[in-house]
Design a protein around this ligand. Sequence first.
Ligand SMILES: Cc1cc2nc3c(=O)[nH]c(=O)nc-3n(C[C@H](O)[C@H](O)[C@H](O)COP(=O)(O)O)c2cc1C
Length: 196
Amino acid sequence: MSKPRLLALSGSARRDSLNRKVLAVMARGAEVAGAEVRVVSLGDYPLPLYDGDLEDGQGLPDNAARLQQLFADHDGLLLASPEYNGFFTPLLKNALDWVSRPLPDGSGRPGTVHVRGKPAGITAASPGGLGGIRSLQHTRQYLANLGFLVVPEQMGVSQADKAFTDAGELRDEGVRKAVEGVGAAVARLAMAVRGG
Ligand SMILES: Cc1cc2nc3c(=O)[nH]c(=O)nc-3n(C[C@H](O)[C@H](O)[C@H](O)COP(=O)(O)O)c2cc1C
């Protein structure tokens, strides 16, 4: 059977994003566990703030439809997001809210048909001492509301501004294994969901 395909997203499109570095480690964990991973930046899919009048007038923005298709083409999600005041970021929320809107094919089906029952894994990273863990419960709940199966493993990387080598490797082996472990758990669940 072919490898499960996982989509990897960061809640930050910032050039030097710490979460993007964490996402790369999570992706490697998933790859070692047998998945294929495609890392995508939400910065490449700019979207207006969700606006019902805009949607009524112009339909689903092209980038929202492109993101819906990306979810349709993948078997699961790897996510690393910054914590903003205890929550995941508006960039991520807005993108996924758009994804959840009806497909542009006139069927009236919501975009959640492309994510329902698919595994997801969540991490966060922060220069602070808690590593963004306060946000993870909200990220977990939000993804579950969309229909994802969020694996129990999760990780918040604290002092993330000092946690990486210049080569982008996590210095602490325990932290590295925990982040890789989230990716591996998603890969394993994706294989199990597909029946092997
Ligand atoms: C509006 C805002 C709110 C923030 N709130 C938190 C917070 O609640 N907890 C935290 O640990 N860091 C917080 N931070 C700091 C971020 O963790 C930090 O900017 C981080 O580097 C962002 O992730 P990135 O490097 O992936 O872009 C906040 C930053 C911003 C801009």
